[in-house]
Ligand binder design. Sequence first.
Ligand code: ADP
Length: 323
Amino acid sequence: MAPIIEVWDLVKDYDKVRAVDGVSFTVEEGEIFGFLGPNGAGKSTTIKILCTLLPPSGGVARIAGYDVVRQAEQVRRHIGIVFQDNSLDDRLTAAENLYLHGLLYGLPRQEIKRQMDEVLEMVDLSAWKKEVVRSFSGGMRRRLEIARGLMHHPRLLFLDEPTVGLDPQTRAAIWEYIKLLRQEKQITIFMTTHYMDEAENCSRIAIIDFGRIKALDTPENLKQQLGGDMITLVPAEGVDLLPILKERYGLEIKSTTEGLCFQVSDGASFIPQLASDLGLQIRSIYLRRPTLDDVFLNLTGRAIREEKASATERLRFSTHRRR
Ligand code: ADP
């Protein structure tokens, strides 16, 4: 089967910024595909182009085989959209919001009623069907928006930062619904996020920075490529272990506020060896598995949430101009 999303060399220029800088990828039917990157990386711009809301400056994007520029109408029939801005009418009830959406998509009335009950059930809002949206919490609104995005039976659902601004419990609940959708409806999900822990739920992730894809793989493979376990060692007071670790063990060490950080292929056997060699010269030592934060740090040299969008913009502007 052809991929449901195909993107080749996509480019988007705003006045002074190249927001998307030659992005290519494909998404297979049934995947939960995540675009992960810091603020200003170009995630929203890409998703807007794929949803036909913004024309690209270059490149090609196809959804379910349809070109997002030349066949926008067909593309829209196949996709559901849940964006960050709340677009529900909070003076209307949950049912009325869904009903309007069904009408806009030209669904027959009977079909709207049937589908409304099904999608409300799916996001656990059946009991709130006749309640005015104004009385809903942030999490309930987001769930209703997801339900609305599903009204017209899309094959592909676009979610732009679906859990931003929600508390951790609600974020976890939203994820349960997203996974359920994939399981029960075989809907493909394309989502953006800057939450590392959420990206772990995706079947594959593209890590995007300054409008370019830096890596694309399953979360597990991305972490495995880093090779092994992350170890942080804090030397005893007044002891400098950096030269010993470098010379004797040939380790590449990063000195951080937490201690000396390095990677080894098998931490569980390396730690006892280190403890027996260096003994009381070590104050503490701990091991953890690599996270997507480590992957991002390794690819870009900085943590994902280190930079503000304005700094990103300045940097991107200067690289763009130099080319
Ligand atoms: P993300 O979703 O990853 O935070 P965006 O796609 O929103 O990133 O933005 C990518 C870059 O494009 C940023 O530098 C941003 O400031 C810039 N940008 C986004 N929208 C516009 C716009 N309408 N006009 C000018 N610049 C924009």
